[in-house]
Design a protein around this ligand. Structure first.
Ligand code: FAD
Length: 522
């Protein structure tokens, strides 16, 4: 089928969209949707917002933006597009908060569904107390920060997070959703009990591990290819009040990674484990993760790195204000680690403040005009057995003078995850211990130097080329490829299943065209 022939015609547009008043109107996109009876509405003119994303590098203009007020708005629109067949060629992209990096939530000449219009805030989330089955039902267009604020009112919270909470539930569940809790709880897709999904045929289906399980697992980590998530049932736990947030430094990568792997293997460990690389001291003080304000015993500003590359282990212990023995417990855990002893930085923050930490830095960057710049990010999963080799080449030779933004490194223990994660569409290396490594660079617009887009993209490519040549066996997280061969390589042994699922749930390849995996069928 043509669906599976390589989609070589993916068009890249590297310039920003014209302002709305200069945009040309399609001949008559209105007419095609006149018959639909909607609670919400279509917008045919103000589409510029839907043709950009956080990456600021890809700009595809849709024909229309749907602002749904009900699930049936989405279902009837997708069904209509599906049934229009050969005449339309239209595609539909769900847009969460538009924090994709390469146009994944855009639809070139198609329809973008503004999922944030669908939020059913906050009273319509159903909290159920008691037992292990506590959950909240939320709209796919809800921001995680709002889910947190709402559940905290009941003393509850989701278990697994992303570092940044101004992302939608549907957007992160389409990828995975990982942060420093994933070593224990698995990614966010491992903490979902049920979904309501609009498939590529416009059918509304409720699915879970027990009901329509194939669709449930397809959609989780499925890059929006199989359906639009309109509702998700998220597992909850009792929320702590406070967080003891700790950073320690290493100059030796193998000590750093040994300690991380030790901590993620323990049954009683920290509640959050991450880490990052400090190159030329960028990353410690002057970046968007700088919401950390150490209070004791050593001030971060007094530590002199001598330009060495350092590795920062970042851990946190959550607690109720009434918790006893917390300090002894933390002391016990720290005493087994091998960091530079004078580098113990401690901060005490509220749980909400801790989880929303990146937003603080976002506000600062926005003030300086440094948020809406190109973001050539590269996010990877590295097999644990290859991590030393990867680090030695990448931090020894490729990323040496500056990082242009944070570089996260943390270990995850897949053997502790729910076995069902293997049935989802998420792709990770097949080893129990894997590392998440993210190069979160910001480029200075129109710079041709080392802080410019071209330089950073070339550096990312060097990392990928080295890894391929050295047989590292990495997998991209938030994957981006330009040929179907590369997509096949990404999915590896999961490709056949991915293809079969696509044929079942979105046979005309209507959904999520921005990934350019499949070509719309007529
Ligand atoms: P969008 O960019 O709008 O959409 C992403 C993809 O999902 C698109 O293909 C879109 O079509 C599809 N989609 C959106 N909504 C739905 C839906 N309801 N149903 C089906 N498909 C849908 N990720 C992590 O895992 N951990 C992190 O710590 C983390 N931190 C981040 C920090 C920042 C500052 C940024 C910009 C991104 C971060 N990410 C992180 C990546 C983030 O999870 C993804 O970019 C995610 O897709 C963003 O969510 P969004 O709501 O903006 O989705």
């Amino acid at each position: 089928s043509k669906l599976f022939s390589a989609n070589q015609n993916h068009q890249k547009i590297f310039s920003p969209p014209p302002p709305p008043q200069q945009q040309q109107q399609d001949s008559n996109p209105h007419a095609a949707f006149d018959t639909l009876d909607l609670d919400g509405h279509f917008s045919f003119q103000n589409t510029a917002h839907a043709s950009r994303d956080f990456g600021n590098r890809f700009f595809f203009r849709p024909a229309a933006v749907l602002h749904p007020k009900s699930v049936s708005d989405i279902a009837s629109t997708v069904k209509h597009v599906y049934e229009m067949g050969p005449l339309s060629g239209l595609t539909v992209a769900a847009r969460g908060h538009g924090h994709s990096l390469q146009g994944q939530s855009q639809a070139d000449g198609g329809i973008v569904v503004n999922m944030e219009s669908l939020t059913r805030r906050p009273s319509q989330g159903h909290l159920r107390g008691g037992g292990g089955g506590r959950y909240v039902d939320v709209s796919g267009g809800e921001l995680w920060i709002d889910v947190l604020k709402e559940t905290l009112k009941q003393g509850l919270a989701p278990k697994s997070w992303t570092d940044y909470l101004h992302l939608t539930v549907g957007g992160t569940l389409s990828n995975g959703g990982i942060s420093g809790q994933a070593f224990r709880h698995g990614p966010q897709i491992n903490n979902v009990q049920q979904l309501e999904v609009v498939t590529g045929k416009g059918e509304v289906v409720t699915c879970s591990e027990k009901q329509n399980a194939e669709l449930f697992f397809s959609v989780l980590g499925g890059l929006g290819q199989f359906g639009i998530i309109t509702r998700a049932r998220i597992s909850l736990e009792a929320a702590p009040d406070m967080v003891r947030w700790i950073r320690v430094l290493y100059s030796d990568f193998s000590k750093f990674s040994t300690d991380q792997e030790h901590l993620i293997s323990l049954d009683e460990s920290f509640d959050y484990i991450e880490g990052f690389v400090i190159i030329n001291r960028t990353g410690l003080l002057n970046n968007w993760r700088s919401s950390f304000h150490p209070k004791d015993p050593v001030q971060a500003s007094q530590f002199v790195s001598d330009g060495k590359t350092l590795y920062c282990l970042e851990v946190a212990k959550y607690y109720k204000i009434t918790a006893l023995h917390l300090l002894q417990q933390i002391q016990g855990l720290l005493s087994k680690l091998h960091f530079i002893t004078s580098t113990l930085f401690v901060s005490e923050v509220s749980y909400l403040g801790f989880l929303d930490r990146v937003h603080v830095a976002e506000m600062k960057l926005r003030e300086q005009g440094l948020w809406e710049v190109p973001h050539p990010w590269l996010c990877l999963f590295i097999p644990g057995s290859k991590m030393d080799q990867f680090a030695s080449q990448v931090f020894g030779s490729i990323v040496t003078d500056s990082s242009n933004g944070p570089i996260l490194i943390y270990a995850l223990n897949q053997s502790k995850w729910n076995n069902n994660i293997k049935r989802t569409s998420l792709v990770t290396p097949r080893e129990d211990v894997i590392y998440h490594v993210s190069f979160l660079a910001s480029a200075v617009p129109s710079s041709t130097g080392k802080d410019g887009l071209d330089y950073i993209l070339a550096r990312n490519q060097r990392i990928l080329d080295f890894s391929l040549g050295a047989g590292i066996g990495l997998k991209q997280y938030l994957p981006h490829y330009t040929t179907q061969e590369d997509w096949k390589g990404h999915f590896g042994s999961k490709w056949e299943v991915f293809l079969k699922r696509k044929l079942t749930y979105d046979p005309l390849a209507v959904l999520a065209p921005g990934h350019r995996i499949f070509k719309r069928q007529y």
